[in-house]
Each structure stands twice: as C-alpha cells, then as structure tokens.
Design a protein around this ligand. Structure first.
Ligand SMILES: O=C(CO)COP(=O)(O)O
Length: 247
C-alpha cells in the first residue's frame, strides 16, 4: 500500500500578519473532510497567529527552517524546540533557496534534521538538481549524494519526509515530464531502502511549479506521495484544489 499522502504549503517569505490569518482561516473553512493530510509553513513571525487558528483543525503547521542547537547565542535563529512550542509538526530543511543563498551543505542539513527529530519534529528534507546538472545527466547522482549526505541516522516513516524539488522547476512554471519524475522518485525510494528500515512508507513529495492543473498527473506517478507547493499555496482555492486533485 502507498504511504499516506501529504500536501505542504511553503509560504516562503510572503504574506503579512493579517493575510496569513485570512489565508489560514480560508483553508480551514474550506478544507473537505476527505482531503488528505495538509500542512502549511508560514514565515516564523506568523506561526503563532496561524497556530492559534489551526488548533481546532486537522491542518498541520510547519516551520521553514530551524537551527541545529536547542538554545544559545545564535542571533536571529530559531531552535527546533521553539517550533514545537508553537505547535509545529513539520520543518522544511535543506530547501534549495537555503542551500544556495545560505550556503547550507549536506552536513548542515543533516545536523538540523537530527536536532529537529530529537525535538519531535518531522523534517521535510529537500533535494534536487540544478538546470546544469540536469543537462549533464547528473540528476540521479546529485540527488543520491544529497540524500545520503543530508539524512541523519535512525530514520523511519514516522520521522522523515523527503521532497524532490528540481531547482529548475521552482517558480518557473516548468515541470519535468512524468517519466523523469518517476525515475527520480524510484531512485529516491531505492536509496531510502539502503538507509531506513521501513523506506516503503516514507513519503516522497514532488515540488516545483505544482498547480491545480498538473496535480492529478503528478499524483499518478508511482512513488509520488504528495507535493511541496510554493506559489500556489498562497491562495486557499488553489492550494485546496491541488489537495483535492491529489486525494
Ligand atoms: O520551492 C517550492 C516549494 O518549496 C516550489 O515553489 P513553486 O511551487 O512556487 O514552484
């Protein structure tokens, strides 16, 4: 049986306090009872107001990053325990926007993931190749290195989600063809099989230009267990339409 599906909205550095609350309220009010697991990841500063709204709903909350230490002199950083304190279930780690703009390498992602799991969070670890790596036929090799390098030990389907986000598909409106996605996702599943004892149950999400009109096609791919959605998660109607198509 395929793992339970999951759709995650990564709001990135968008919204303000009022629009965050409005969007969260819209999602809660309109989510269908049959919809698969949904999570939203607002910017840190809007986690609390959104969390207060989500408390009586089945929509889960996540952070967009965390530090690898529990506390200390780390100006501007957020500890995993702080995310737990605000009601987060998930934390996105190793997003390409952080790997590239904040020089986060696999070792950093791994130590953050270890800390997140110890705090009780489920990391959503992102991997994916650049356009050049894709053209050079290196996608599988890149993803392999990122997964083996970024995943800490003692993982299982209850404490890990992996997201495959080809960097060239993020925010571009372009998605890989279905065969390409199928090959990469099967490869990821095989690598997870080397590392985790119940790899078949680990959710492997696809991310990069997921929209209501391509969601069904993406979900038909074996080993795609949901989506990590960027811009289309900023409109309740689009986000919920994606969830419906993927349910
Ligand atoms: O980076 C993404 C989600 O983490 C994808 O963003 P878009 O859906 O806007 O392409």
């Amino acid at each position: 049986m395929a793992p339970r599906s999951l759709i995650v909205g990564n709001w990135k550095m968008n919204m303000n306090c009022l629009s965050s609350k409005t969007l969260a309220a819209d999602i809660i009010q309109n989510v269908s009872s049959k919809t698969i697991e949904l999570a939203i990841c607002p910017p840190f500063v809007y986690l609390l107001p959104v969390s207060l709204l989500l408390s009586s709903s089945k929509v889960l909350l996540g952070g967009q990053d965390c530090h690898n230490y529990k506390s200390g002199a780390h100006t501007g950083d957020i500890a995993p325990e702080m995310l737990v304190d605000l009601g987060c279930t998930y934390v996105i780690l190793g997003h390409s926007e952080r790997r590239i703009c904040h020089n986060e390498n696999n070792l950093v992602v791994r130590s953050k993931a270890k800390a997140a799991i110890e705090a009780g969070l489920i990391p959503i670890i992102c991997v994916g190749e650049t356009e050049n790596e894709r053209s050079a036929g290196k996608a599988l090799e890149v993803v392999d290195k990122q997964i083996r390098g970024s995943l800490p030990e003692r993982l299982n389907s209850n404490n890990l989600v992996v997201a495959y986000e080809p960097i060239w598909a993020i925010g571009t409106g372009r998605i890989p063809n279905i065969e390409y996605i199928s090959i990469v996702h099967s490869h990821i599943r095989n690598i997870l099989g080397d590392i985790c004892y119940d790899a078949v149950n680990i959710r492997v999400l696809y991310g990069g230009s997921v929209k209501p009109d391509n969601a069904k096609k993406l979900m038909s791919v074996i080993n795609v267990n949901g989506a990590l959605v960027g811009s289309s998660s900023l409109q309740a109607a689009d986000f919920l339409a994606i969830a419906e198509e993927m349910s």
